[in-house]
Design a binder for this molecule. Structure first.
Ligand code: AKG
Length: 287
């Protein structure tokens, strides 16, 4: 999970693209060899502090979603060429942000009872059904990109930790009944230390977590979840069809309903198209 060389405006060279793709396939997480410049970091930090101060007491850990409308700095962070190159290589030719989230995590005891103070080990995606399993392994549906706006050298600073290779284990092989399920998953965790502006990309199925920040400086970062266009947004409402539209028109208008945690349309919601479809929609996990 290699070294960082250069700021965010420098695209990846072809050999960097290839080695990142290989490392991502093997480990399920990579450090992108670019970082946000000090100028972009300063703007993003100012935006996060402003939003956090308006939203909650500053000694609490803080989270906000749907970032792009909130500040141009978030739009710049979401448009980093190296990240777009990597995500397009991994996810396919169309993209949107299914979710964007900021964290501001100060080191205070007051935050210790707050889930945002730390993130327990987990894999991302719909709960409890998970993303589909294809050929025995969880499909790559989204790539989550964490951009850290200060130095995060170790666990004391709240560094992201991953279990490399855990994205290649199907949900049925996870043992959630033990206190440290990761130990039954794939292998030992790895701490991803990054410099200020550092960028980490990871697979939806890779096990990850982060400990509390025990340093004096808050850990500020954003997580950007890049997904194919058909994947639903998780942090903002789908458009709603007016009452009275028929089922086909409602689905065409981006979904008739938005059940809680609906990451993609369910088979039920696609039913209106059944009469015109050549073959039934396969169930999740089916070949
Ligand atoms: O706290 C963190 O940095 C990790 C956040 C996380 O695991 C998540 O958003 O899925």
């Amino acid at each position: 999970m290699g070294a960082v060389s250069g700021f965010h405006d420098r695209p990846l060279a072809p050999d960097e693209r290839e080695s990142l793709r290989d490392a991502f396939a093997r480990d399920g997480a990579v450090i992108v060899p670019r970082r946000a410049s000090p100028e972009l970091i300063a703007r993003a930090v100012a935006a996060i502090d402003r939003i956090a101060a308006a939203g909650e007491a500053s000694d609490r850990s803080f989270r906000a979603d749907d970032l792009l409308p909130r500040d141009p700095a978030f739009r710049d962070l979401a448009s980093i060429p190296a990240v777009l190159q990597l995500v397009l290589d991994l996810v396919g030719p169309t993209l949107h942000l299914a979710q964007s989230t900021l964290f501001r995590r100060p080191a205070v005891a007051a935050a210790a009872d707050d889930y945002r103070d730390a993130s327990p080990w987990h894999a991302d995606g719909p709960t409890p059904n998970h993303y589909p399993v294809v050929d025995g392994v969880p499909a790559l549906l989204v790539v989550k990109v964490g951009i850290f706006l200060g130095d995060v050298p170790d666990e004391d600073a709240g560094a992201l930790r991953v279990v490399p290779g855990s994205h290649r284990r199907a949900p049925g092989t996870w043992d959630l009944s033990v206190p440290t399920p990761l130990m039954r998953v794939a292998g030992p965790p790895r701490t991803l230390a990054v410099p200020a502006g550092g960028i980490i990309a990871f697979h939806n199925a890779v096990w990850h977590g982060a400990s509390s920040n025990r340093r004096s400086e808050p850990r500020r970062n954003v997580y950007l979840t890049y997904a194919p266009l058909w994947h639903r947004a998780v942090d903002r409402d789908q458009p709603r069809a007016p009452d009275g539209w028929d089922a086909v028109a409602r689905v065409l208008h981006a979904g008739a309903t938005r059940p809680e945690r609906a990451f993609f349309p369910t088979a039920d919601e696609l039913d209106p198209f059944a009469p015109w479809r050549a073959a039934p929609v396969p169930a999740h996990g089916a070949r």
